[in-house]
Structure formats: C-alpha cells, structure tokens
Design a protein around this ligand. Structure first.
Ligand code: AP5
Length: 196
C-alpha cells in the first residue's frame, strides 16, 4: 500500500483503549502527518505542572472530559505550531459536537477540511481488560481502577459517540474492526485512508 500524496487531515476515533494512540504513531510515519493527541498534550502539561496541566488534571483523574473551551484553545495552539505540514492525524479530538464544529471552522479558515473520520470498534469488555493491564505499568491515574474506566466510557457514550452521526452526515465516517494484531489493524486503516 502506498501513501496518498494528497492526504490531509484525519480524525482517528473510538472509545478509551481502542488503539488510537498505538495506530496514530504508526500512521503518522507512513503518511507523513503531524500526530496531535490531546490526551498526550494534557499529560505533558500535567508533568510540567503548568496552569493548564493543573486544570486538566482535575478532570482527567476522575475520567471526565476537560471543558470544551480549554481543550479547543489548546488544540488550536498545537495546530498553529505545525502550520504548513502535510496534514494532521487527530487522536482524541474532537470529543464533543462543539469541538467538531470548532475544528471545521478552524480548518476552513486555512482552506482545509477534515478528510475523514476513521473509527476503531472493539467490544467494551476487551477495552476494560486492555486499560487495566496498561494501568499496571503506565502509571496513568485514569487506568488505575474500573470505576474511573467506566466513567470514561460513560463520557464517550453520552458526549462523544454522537460524532459518528456528525461525520456520517458529511459522508466522512468509516468504521473498522479494531480487534486483531496491531499490524492487521494498521492495514485495515490504511485501506480506508488510501481511498480518502
Ligand atoms: P486520551 O489520552 O485520549 O485517552 P483515551 O481516549 O481514554 O484513550 P487511551 O489513550 O486510553 O486509548 P487509545 O485509544 O489511544 O488506545 P492505546 O493505543 O493507548 O484522554 C485521556 C483524558 O484526557 C480524557 O479522559 C479526558 O479527560 C482528557 N481529554 C483528552 N482529549 C480530550 C478532548 N478532546 N476533550 C476533553 N477532554 C479530553 O491502546 C490501549 C492499550 O491497548 C495499550 O496498552 C495498547 O498497547 C493496547 N493495544 C493497542 N492496540 C492493541 C491491539 N490491536 N490488540 C491488543 N492490545 C492493543
């Protein structure tokens, strides 16, 4: 499979633990995209004890979404840092309809669009197992106990999942099976991305 030279902006989507971060790191190399993980940016701020980090931590430790106005401002700053790049792979953003609208507006100002949202689908019981396993070694507070993990799924189902309809209405939504080896899933994602 070869990279599409006209490729621009991809949203990698799905519930906690579905493999967004794992796949985004592989796809950014393959397609020469800038990978923006809003979770990773927040964790970087928390590590460096910035004002934004302290604010985000209060929400993230409970498994709640960080407020839209904070997240949108942070995302815009990350995009601005990388203007002129080939395109972006967004991992963990957008997560609400307000964020999706902000992203569209922001990209439109630069003459760009979201080319497609690719969603990974994995049964919830497998996701909980993956996150509890990762929590043993990653030190991520939001992976440490099942109640926090369940709250993250609740946030996803009440605020985020609806974005499938938002992108479906624009014929930009593609769902794939996220169970399999990491390599198999990269190939499934690539088949979609190559045709965008
Ligand atoms: P974020 O960091 O985005 O976490 P998440 O969505 O909960 O996703 P994860 O990082 O847990 O999972 P992933 O899908 O990336 O999977 P991964 O590849 O790591 O967000 C954290 C928090 O930040 C949020 O709760 C919120 O508070 C805040 N936040 C972030 N963005 C926000 C936004 N836009 N608005 C508001 N708040 C926001 O894989 C998971 C595990 O599975 C790993 O151990 C991996 O090795 C393993 N794995 C991966 N692929 C496979 C496979 N194929 N088979 C078996 N195991 C696999």
């Amino acid at each position: 499979l070869t990279a599409n030279p006209k490729l621009k902006n991809i949203v990698l989507f799905g519930p906690p633990g579905v493999g967004k971060g794992t796949q985004a790191k592989l796809l950014k190399e393959k397609y020469n995209l800038v990978h923006i993980s809003t979770g990773d940016v927040f964790r970087h701020h928390i590590k460096n004890k910035t004002k934004l980090g302290k604010l985000a931590q209060w929400y993230m430790d409970k498994g709640n979404l960080v407020p839209d106005e904070v997240t949108i401002k942070m995302l815009k700053a990350e995009v601005e840092k990388n203007i002129g790049s080939n395109g972006f792979i967004f991992d963990g953003f957008p997560r609400t309809e307000l964020q999706a609208r902000a992203l569209d507006k922001f990209l439109a100002e630069k003459g760009e669009i979201v080319n497609g949202m690719v969603a990974l689908e994995v049964p919830e019981n497998i996701l909980v197992e993956r996150l509890l396993e990762r929590g043993k070694t990653s030190g991520r507070p939001d992976d440490q106990d099942e109640a926090k993990i369940r709250n993250r799924f609740n946030e996803y189902s009440t605020k985020t999942e609806i974005l499938k309809d938002y992108y479906q209405a624009q014929n930009k939504y593609f769902g794939i099976n996220g169970v399999g080896t990491i390599h198999e899933i990269t190939l499934r994602l690539s088949k979609i991305i190559d045709n965008l």
